[in-house]
Design a protein around this ligand. Structure first.
Ligand code: AMP
Length: 255
């Protein structure tokens, strides 16, 4: 069985993001970019399933500009077998929306015919948490979102997924093929070793365009303006509980 993993290139989680002077979006020029952390967890899980004998091949896919190839190389250096790069250079005011990404991933899925597609539960740049659900909907495949544990039964063609929900852990059973999205506690992604980084350079990255996949990615949403959150005011140290109560009552008016 093949596993397809969707990986997104995003501003590195440790970078303090800045809004572009024209307020059309976030500054990405000369900013460190990395694989979305939830996608790293998705790659790791696919590799563990392959190493456990539950899958034969791991294919990483991304949709993005030429530089997104770096993200695919990272997935290949972690251990993915090959990659698919859907080339798309987004207009900053019209970023690719989850529905368009899901339509493209659907087309890639129909070409690759994986038994399982794993995505991150959310991309840390848009925080949408929609793509996996939309992909499952478009494919009419079952979905296990926010997975904190995944078990595959190759014989029965089923996946058992533990999901983190508000009340605890929900365990569900999915018929394969299925879509799974990863939560933070699913695993601890491995670091790529130097020999594997070297090996990744010779692995195959297939390039396609949304047009070649016959996918219409036109969006009906336009980002009007992006603004920094208001700066927090400095705090004050109060000398007594009475003073606190007074401030809550008369200044904040919450009592
Ligand atoms: P989102 O719904 O935007 O929060 O993204 C959820 C997940 O969808 C990500 O963790 C990725 O696995 C996948 N995804 C979103 N955008 C892309 C993209 N441009 N290329 C590849 N995968 C993506």
């Amino acid at each position: 069985m093949k596993i397809l993993v969707a990986v997104k290139r995003v501003v590195d989680y440790a970078v303090k993001v800045r809004v572009r002077p024209d307020r059309t979006g976030l500054e990405t020029a000369n900013v460190k970019m990395s694989m979305n952390p939830f996608c790293e967890i998705a790659v790791e899980e696919a590799l563990r399933l392959r190493e456990a004998g539950a899958a034969a091949e791991v294919v990483a896919a991304t949709i993005g500009p030429a530089q997104s190839a770096d993200t695919l190389r990272t997935a290949l250096a972690m251990g993915a077998d090959r990659a698919v790069h859907v080339l798309h250079d987004p207009d900053p005011t019209r970023p690719l929306l989850p529905l368009a990404v899901a339509k493209i991933l659907r087309a890639v899925t129909l070409q690759e015919k994986p038994g399982l597609v794993i995505l991150g539960k959310q991309a840390i740049d848009d925080d949408c948490n929609q793509t996996g659900q939309m992909l499952a909907g478009l494919l009419q495949w079952p979905q296990g979102t926010f997975a904190s544990k995944v078990l595959l039964d190759k014989e029965k063609q089923k996946a058992t997924v533990e999901r983190e929900v508000d009340g605890g852990i929900e365990t569900i059973c999915l018929d394969l093929p299925a879509v799974i999205t990863t939560d933070l506690r699913l695993n601890q992604p491995r670091y790529a070793t130097l020999p594997n980084i070297m090996k990744a350079k010779s692995k195959v990255i297939k390039k396609v365009t949304p047009e070649e996949l016959n996918v219409d990615i036109r969006s009906d949403m336009e980002a009007i303006e992006v603004n920094e959150p208001p700066k927090r005011k400095a705090g004050v140290i109060l000398s007594s509980v009475d003073e606190l109560l007074d401030k809550l009552k008369n200044d904040a008016r919450v009592l």
